[in-house]
Design a binder for this molecule. Structure first.
Ligand code: GLN
Length: 282
């Protein structure tokens, strides 16, 4: 068991453990996890480094250090992630928001008529980060997020409240197949599951072992969700409304073809910071 020692000594032990587990920035992560467990600001922690850490704090801290060493994503340990400069609650019921997805927010913003009240729908919303980031940028937007997982919707609602958007954003646990709001939406945004089923097992361990497969598995071709959403959108959306999809880096041609075949126009592809195809808009 871990004995009571000063914060500073425990930090050193934890950093060594994270380092030997191959974590990139061990000292920094150890410090942040300690701040999280002990509810201390960075300055508080510096001021208290030579104080003794309580037994309860020590155990809670080393529990997180151990889980991190075994590969659990940092964001699931703290239950927090940053996206588009905003803090979001996340849990293993949701994907962890990824920087690449910020391109989808930019692409959506570029397509919305300025100064008009527009309705956004985020399909497979997870933490709600896409919808919430959009609404925080543009006060005239309102929106709905839907997700099959009610545990994800609980997290999304927490994020709506944390960002004071209760009057503009509504989250519902349901399938897009049962949703009847297509005709009112000015823009659909979605980061649906798009990984081919057969390669799920080859994903990075930190993703495969911890993130929800329901948010990753796009069926045999990886395109199941796009096929469904595009068919429903083509049938039910009003003329001039937009769809903005996050896609896998090698799916632009296939998703473009699905959109063209369904009668969409003004199709364009945007790249992420690594210059990989990441978002298709139509
Ligand atoms: N970008 C995610 C990954 O690479 C996949 C997200 C998704 O399927 N929507 O793990």
């Amino acid at each position: 068991m871990h004995e009571a020692r000063t914060y500073k000594v425990q930090l050193g032990i934890a950093s060594t453990r994270l380092k030997s587990a191959g974590i990139d920035r061990p000292a920094r992560e150890a410090r942040h996890l300690m701040q999280h467990v002990c509810s201390l600001s960075a300055t508080d922690l510096i001021n208290r480094e030579t104080d003794l850490m309580s037994k309860a704090e020590t155990e809670a801290f080393f529990d997180l250090i151990e889980r991190r060493s075994l590969g659990e994503p940092y964001e699931y340990l703290t239950g927090e992630a940053w996206f588009y400069g905003l803090k979001f609650a996340c849990s293993p019921a949701t994907l962890i928001p990824r920087p690449d997805s910020e391109v989808a927010v930019d692409e959506a913003l570029a397509r919305l008529p300025l100064g008009r009240v527009s309705k956004i729908a985020d399909l497979g919303t997870g933490t709600g980060c896409l919808l919430i980031a959009l609404l925080k940028q543009e006060p005239r937007l309102t929106g709905i997020g839907i997700d099959l997982s009610s545990a994800a919707i609980d997290i999304a609602r927490r994020n709506v409240d944390a960002h004071s958007l209760g009057d503009r954003a509504h989250m519902h646990a349901m399938s897009w197949r049962d949703w009847d709001g297509w005709g009112e939406a000015d823009l659909i945004i979605s980061n649906p599951p798009y990984i081919r089923s057969e390669i799920i097992d080859t994903l990075d361990e930190s993703v495969r072992a911890y993130e929800p497969h329901s948010a990753l598995d796009g069926g045999a071709s990886g395109l199941d969700a796009y096929r469904e959403i595009i068919a429903l959108a083509a049938r039910n959306m009003k003329p001039g409304a937009w769809v903005v999809f996050e896609i896998g880096f090698d799916q632009a041609d296939q998703v473009r073809l699905l959109l063209e075949t369904a009668g969409f126009s003004s199709i364009s592809v945007a790249v992420d910071t690594g210059q990989r195809d990441r978002v298709v808009s139509a």
